[in-house]
Design a protein around this ligand. Structure first.
Ligand SMILES: [Zn+2]
Length: 61
């Protein structure tokens, strides 16, 4: 399996993160600081950002 590097900091993204989020191009630190690139991907699929944020909040609390 090829190593995926973070598009922001250039560090190799851990394989377990790739397994969980195959579309991600950011490491966990950059996703946390800058926002995950995967969220906007899901918005493209047909969910508006606020709905998605609500879902995330619901699963976290
Ligand atoms: Zn990074």
């Amino acid at each position: 399996m090829e190593k995926q590097k973070c598009t922001i900091c250039g560090k190799v993204i851990p394989p377990e993160r790739i397994a969980a989020l195959p579309q991600t191009k950011r490491c966990v630190n950059c996703a946390r600081e800058r926002g995950s690139d995967v969220v906007s991907k899901k918005v493209d699929i047909g969910m508006d950002a606020d709905t998605y944020r609500d879902l995330l909040g619901a699963t976290r609390s």
